[in-house]
Design a protein around this ligand. Structure first.
Ligand code: BGC
Length: 835
């Protein structure tokens, strides 16, 4: 199809619908079409199936009725659902296919198994755009194979606060790295014919109050931080954009003209379609007028209300045509309107698994490694204690819409046993029980077995009686269930109430379901010795259900900890798996590991200093126990192949290739958003991004705050030396050259990083140092490589809010090269000139 032709025809509609514009904050320049104005007349068309490209779209628009057109602008119930997030019926009489839209960022989320890839934050840690492309291709092929047309990903929002519940679903705190990776990921997804949806546009950087919070960010801040990833996705040709829940500068993102019409379309030239996040459309006239094309997941505002608005004259039919035009043009671009669309490929589960394992090792970040604790070799590899619930239950992925049904997942314990071999002793201790033990029946009068009960369809099972405790203790009660959540009351209190809204829907990727797939909810209470009353009421519903009531207590926790310490003492080395279970719909309330894990790690590391802590966490974590440990390996949520990948790294079969894409703070109070509730979580529904362009590591540099681990940090099993930096004006920007040498005795992976200081001639706020480029290298022992990194104009520019444009930061600028934002052994200056 000729894109030029299609753009021309879109522009005609655009003018008719009165939408056009320039930069965010600048006034729209096209005249408004008066309400009720007639739709532009499409040229007489050949039959849709025979016409080509733009002519075909115009012909289709001519034939579609208003009802059919508006039905293309919102989601509906899928008559044959595959477990995906969204569905839009087609118009069979005109050959317009139905669309299926599936989450998500770390694997295709449908009812069927798919490759559960490592979380995007782990992919990002590899600092390797080519790997993002490969990851995208797995998503693309699987999405197509699993009956999907659109992927609701990638997520391009920046990691702005370590508390944000979805940090694992996105990439980095750094705008440049995010932009590079998002662009390649979009290309990878779309290489395979699946339409990518970059989300959540924009400033959806937290879950707290996400539906209502009004995010206030200055124009320069927006362009230099959060918008970079979205701009890159558009430049890579993303077919769709998802509008965010929150407000941006006073207006809901899904009805923001400055964002959708002026910036996305006007400045960036986006010609795909914009859909709302689930239930993030708040109006009819304002939303379609601002440039929202599709409401998801249903037609609350874009169904009957939109048709009425057109008939009543408050929305010109041209605006509906324009939205339909954008959708159809994109479908056409992906071949979905073809008379005989391309056949869907079969899944290639083995290839998906290979990429998953590769990404998990490439992105793993070795945060600490003292006294050669890792890799495990010799005696340390033959006598190992594995501790922690996620040693035994693989922590595949985070919760919410990023959750995927994996093909399977090997537990790290199994992978470690396999790799250690027959002669080795590998002992396991739980350390902390996250799913609970059966309730001792003798505590209940009348006696009742509350473990593994089945309730037949249409039946109700209930129990009421005494619950007798012999000592005061802290109890955690857990309910596991397959149907409607059983009601459990203790002394009249409903322990597991069904909550309103998203909090109910999202329960986490690890803790929200038991290893056998049953849903899990838990409640911790301080209970006194004596007689309590326990009542359980479980309904079988239409399909029947299974449930169980479980528990742990302070006494059980102490016994589990003591057993972990014994196991640690009797082994030469310890691998302790720690978890933190983040999910969409909920921010973290602390950066500490949940439950008793800090205590467990302290005790185990005190018992055996050759303790490696493997972190299956979503984002940065505080580590009061750090000095006691031998090593810390950050694996985030490593996907279905995480167990094997972790063993590869522990035993040194591969070098940990990842570097931090976010700063880990030394103190929870000293983060870019710490201490200022207006920055986070917001005050009275309003939030200000007053850190400006100093997001992430830039803030630590600007404020001279020492982090626990800086952005870009990550150790290797070998050692590295940097030398011979030269910086000279390049064809467009600066050419940076330096030599990196592997000075150790192992093959290793290094991520060389280039940062640039402020431009003295620019009177704009600028980062102390901004990441401007990087290069991932794999070098043999003793090998040296001359590395060239070209810093383009964008890397040397700032956004000038007065000119509404990027301006080159000319003058003498300092360039820094090294291993992290805080380990930069090479420096040089060079003059940037504008020509
Ligand atoms: C999330 C989106 C997701 C959508 C559909 C929303 O709750 O914010 O990221 O794509 O649900 O599942």
């Amino acid at each position: 199809m000729s894109e030029a032709v299609s753009r021309r025809s879109a522009m005609r509609l655009l003018a008719a619908a009165g939408t056009a514009g320039a930069a965010l904050g600048a006034a729209a320049c096209a005249p408004e079409v008066p309400p009720g104005a007639a739709a532009p007349r499409a040229p007489a068309a050949a039959p849709p199936a025979e016409a080509k490209g733009a002519a075909r779209i115009d012909a289709l628009l001519e034939r579609l009725t208003l009802d059919e057109k508006t039905a293309l602008l919102h989601g509906a119930r899928d008559p044959a659902p595959l477990g995906q997030a969204g569905y839009v019926p087609g118009v069979p009489r005109l050959g317009i296919p139905a669309l299926r839209l599936a989450d998500g960022p770390a694997g295709v989320r449908v009812a069927e198994p798919a490759t559960a890839l490592p979380a995007p934050v782990l992919l990002a840690s590899a600092f390797e755009p080519a790997l993002a492309r490969e990851y995208g291709r797995v998503l693309g092929r699987e999405g197509r194979a699993l009956g999907q047309d659109v992927l609701l990903g990638p997520m391009a929002n920046l990691i702005r606060t370590p508390y944000a519940g979805r940090n694992f679903e996105t990439f980095a705190e750094d705008p440049t790295l995010t932009a590079d990776l998002v662009g390649e990921l979009v290309r990878g997804i779309q290489d395979e014919g699946l339409i990518a949806t970059v989300k959540h546009f924009a400033l959806n950087n937290q879950e707290h109050g996400r539906d209502t919070v009004d995010v206030i960010a200055a124009e320069q801040t927006l362009h230099e931080t959060e918008l970079r990833g979205f701009e890159a996705a558009v430049a890579a040709g993303a077919g769709a954009v998802m509008g965010a829940y929150n407000k941006v500068n006073g207006v809901h993102a899904c009805e923001s003209k400055p964002l959708l019409d002026e910036l996305l379309r006007g400045s960036w030239g986006f010609d795909g379609w914009v859909m709302s996040d689930r239930d993030a459309t708040h109006s009819t006239v304002a939303a379609i007028g601002a440039g929202l094309d599709m409401e998801m997941p249903a037609g609350t505002h874009f169904g009957a209300p939109l048709r009425e608005a057109v008939r009543g004259g408050s929305v010109p039919e041209a605006a509906v045509d324009l939205a339909v035009h954008r959708i159809l043009t994109t479908l056409d671009r992906f071949g979905l309107l073809a008379a005989r669309p391309a056949a869907r490929p079969p899944r290639d589960a083995a290839a998906g698994a290979r990429t998953a394992r590769k990404v998990a090792t490439a992105g793993a970040v070795l945060l600490r490694n003292e006294h050669g604790t890792l890799p495990l070799t010799g005696a340390a590899a033959r006598s190992i204690a594995v501790i922690g619930p996620t040693g035994q239950v693989p922590f595949v992925g985070g919760g919410g819409s990023a959750q995927v049904v994996p093909d399977g997942a090997t537990a790290p314990l199994t992978a470690i046993r396999r790799r250690a071999g027959n002669g080795a002793s590998v002992h396991y201790a739980l350390g902390e029980d996250v799913y609970g033990r059966p309730l001792p029946p003798n505590l209940l009068t009348p006696a009742a077995a509350l473990d593994e009960r089945t309730v037949a369809p249409g039946q109700v099972w209930s129990h009421e009686g005494e619950f007798r405790l012999t000592a005061d203790d802290e109890w955690t009660l857990l309910v596991h269930y397959t149907g409607k959540r059983p009601a459990v009351r203790l002394d009249g209190q409903d322990l597991f109430p069904v909550r309103q809204g998203v909090a109910e829907y999202f329960a986490g990727g690890l803790l929200g379901s038991a290893p056998d797939g049953m849903s899990v909810r838990r409640r911790t209470l301080a209970l006194k010795a004596g007689v309590h009353r326990l009542a359980v009421n479980a309904e079988g519903g239409q399909k029947g259900q299974r449930f169980r009531l479980r528990h742990t207590t302070g006494a059980i926790r102490a016994a589990d900890l003591a057993e972990a310490v014994r196991t640690a003492k009797s082994a030469r080395s310890v691998v302790l798996f720690a978890y933190e279970d983040a999910t969409e719909g909920r921010d973290r309330t602390s950066l500490a590991l949940p439950g008793g894990q800090d205590r467990l790690i302290e005790a185990v590391a005190a018992a055996n200093p050759r303790t490696t802590v493997v972190l299956n966490t979503s984002s940065s974590t505080t580590m009061p126990w750090l000095p006691r440990t031998g090593a810390v390996l950050q694996m985030y949520y490593p996907g279905q192949e995480g167990g094997g990948a972790t063993a590869d790294l522990l035993f040194g079969d591969v070098d940990p290739g990842g570097r931090l894409t976010q700063t880990f703070p030394a103190d929870e109070r000293a983060t870019p958003v710490g201490g200022d509730p207006l920055r986070y979580p917001g005050v009275s529904g309003r939030q200000e991004y007053s850190e400006g362009v100093h997001v992430g590591h830039r803030w630590y540099d600007a404020q001279r705050v020492a982090p626990l681990f800086p952005f870009g940090h990550g150790l290797s099993y070998t050692t590295w030396h940097y030398e011979k930096l030269t910086v000279r004006p390049g064809r467009a920007g600066l050419r940076v050259e330096f030599t990196v040498r592997n000075t150790g005795r192992r093959k290793g992976t290094e991520v060389a990083q280039v940062y640039v200081g402020p431009a003295p001639e620019l009177e704009l706020d600028q980062p102390v140092r901004a990441l401007a480029g990087y290069r991932r290298l794999v070098l043999a022992p003793g090998e040296a490589q001359r590395v060239t990194v070209d810093l383009g104009v964008r890397a040397l520019s700032s956004w000038d809010p007065e000119q509404h444009a990027w301006v080159l930061g000319s003058g003498r600028r300092e360039v820094f090269v090294g291993r992290s934002s805080r380990e930069l052994p090479l420096r040089a200056k060079a003059v940037v000139t504008s020509r």
